[in-house]
Design a protein around this ligand. Structure first.
Ligand code: 5AD
Ligand code: SF4
Length: 481
């Protein structure tokens, strides 16, 4: 794990200015603080990161975990850990409420445990009102940082050891991308890879552009190098991550399209599966569809958030496509990649949504027949244009629409899922089944899960499974030798 002694860190010197080196300096320094505290406690110190929200946050948490393990923390469940970190989400208001609730529960534990630390990071911390509230009512929190400076975690831990006060470090935005820091993957055989950060789309309901900042792409050579390293370390499936992967490369000094990046990644030997998310329909090019159609590695699954089926609502959402153009895109995709599975995100109750608008959404759901859909009740986010719009839809109307949408989505998904029954599919075994220790769970290219007899030794391997029975959203299968 600790291969950074190659950097010849010397703690008697001032911290280096260059970002990567500087962080390895603070990792060494934090290691000494943690060692001393752990000697004082007479036991190893433990930590736990709890991740809320999306895959971006999950990947950020792997980076934080890499640093924590490097500086000498051991992992423990949240209820027992000395250092509890919440990597937060703020896409919907209830995500914030949950964090405050969880923080309230930690307070009495901190009183009892002199080694306890609490860290907060992620999207919610990028909201100024949140920071005010934390300072005022949650002053027992130790370290608060945002989405732009997670790479500084070790440095902030050192600051906390030195100052004994709440450390707050929030950046409004950055164009900085710091490469080559440690990270600790959750799965040995698959990994998320950030290919870009931030978002420039400003969908009118969405807070992400305000908390994740402007769009910036990593250089292709850095991405390829990271994937090659991961493959050498046993990874065979990658998930390329970005808020809008279809606009990858536009901001690079030497611009490159997402389709071109995929073509380069496809060439990496030993890599078997490529996934990506999230795609914005407005930027999904014919070039990308062609690359998906001819690829041997890109999985037969596309997450294509529609948000609403009403052209009028889509316009108010600033999505920059219409119902018709979305349906046309789906047609084009299915014509070139016939067995592709499609999933989506849908928001119900956007300001001004009428029953007719909602019917249009149901119509899209019926026409596209998604494999699954994440359905959300619109949540008003202060600071976004939609928060100031008139005609906010009454809660009971939204709830009724939400229930109707969910019923439709689920019944269609069950039908769509069942079409593979009786076929044999390649699956990547991911884990021992949560419900039955004699079973393992694997994932098909189209993202559906299959449960079959097996044991932990199969994790990370590709096997052929005969899909004997569809259980609605997953399959029971049998190993085909
Ligand atoms: N209210 C409800 N859902 C939202 N999303 C984003 N912002 C909001 C909001 N204010 C949903 C969108 C997006 C997904 C990640 O979260 O559907 O695609
Ligand atoms: Fe939010 Fe729209 Fe950007 Fe997605 S594309 S993160 S919904 S602003």
């Amino acid at each position: 794990m600790s291969d950074h002694n190659k950097y010849n860190i010397d703690l008697t010197m001032d911290p280096p200015a260059e970002d990567t080196l500087r962080q390895y300096y603070f990792i060494e320094k934090a290691k000494q603080y943690v060692k001393a505290e752990s000697e004082e406690a007479g036991r190893p110190l433990t930590a736990c990161i709890t991740t809320f929200g999306c895959q971006m946050n999950a990947r950020d948490s792997e980076k934080l975990r890499g640093i924590l393990l490097d500086i000498g923390y051991e992992e423990a469940p949240e209820e027992e850990a000395d250092f509890v970190i919440f990597n937060t989400c703020t896409v919907r208001e209830n995500a914030n409420t949950r964090v405050y609730g969880r923080l309230g529960q930690l307070k009495p534990r901190k009183k009892k445990n002199p080694h306890m630390k609490i860290g907060l990071c992620g999207c919610m911390m990028q909201e100024p009102e949140v920071i005010e509230k934390l300072k005022k009512s949650y002053s027992f929190v130790d370290i608060v940082f945002g989405t732009h400076n997670i790479y500084k975690f070790a440095e902030l831990i050192c600051q906390r050891y030195e100052s004994k006060k709440m450390v707050v470090d929030i950046w409004k935005d950055t164009d900085k991308i710091v490469e080559d820091l440690p990270n600790e993957r959750k799965y040995s055989f698959k990994s998320g890879i950030n290919i870009m950060f931030g978002c420039n789309n400003f969908c009118s309901y969405c807070i992400v552009p305000y908390v994740r900042g402007r769009e910036r792409s990593r250089k292709p050579e850095d991405i390829i190098r990271e994937i090659k390293r991961l493959v050498a370390d046993g990874v065979t499936e990658v998930m390329l991550l970005g808020q809008n992967v279809n606009s990858y490369g536009k901001t690079l000094d030497e611009p490159m399209t997402f389709a071109q990046l995929l073509t380069e990644i496809e060439k990496i030997e030993g890599l078997k599966r490529i996934r990506f998310m999230t795609s914005h329909p407005k930027d999904l090019s014919d070039e990308l569809i062609d690359v998906m159609a001819s690829s041997k590695k890109i999985c037969k699954h596309l997450h294509l958030p529609v948000q609403s089926g009403s052209t009028q609502i889509l316009e108010k959402m600033n999505r920059r496509y219409t119902k018709e153009s979305y349906l046309h895109l789906v047609e084009k995709l299915r014509a070139k990649v016939p067995d592709i599975s499609l999933t989506t995100d849908i928001i119900v109750g956007f300001p001004g949504e009428t029953e007719e608008d909602f019917e249009e959404t149901l119509d899209v759901v019926r026409k596209v027949r998604y494999d699954s859909a994440f359905t959300f009740i619109y949540s008003k986010r202060t600071g976004t244009p939609a928060a100031k719009m008139e005609n906010q839809v009454p809660a009971d109307v939204v709830k009724d629409r939400f229930d109707r949408l969910l019923a439709e989505v689920q019944s269609i998904a069950a039908e769509v899922c069942a079409v593979h029954e009786g076929t044999t599919q390649e699956v990547l075994i991911e884990s021992v089944s949560d419900h039955d220790p004699s079973m393992v769970t694997g994932r098909m290219s189209n993202n559906l899960l299959v449960h079959l007899k097996g044991d932990a030794s199969m994790i990370g391997s590709y096997v052929n499974a005969h899909l004997t029975e569809c259980k609605g959203f997953y399959y029971l299968g049998e190993l085909v030798e």
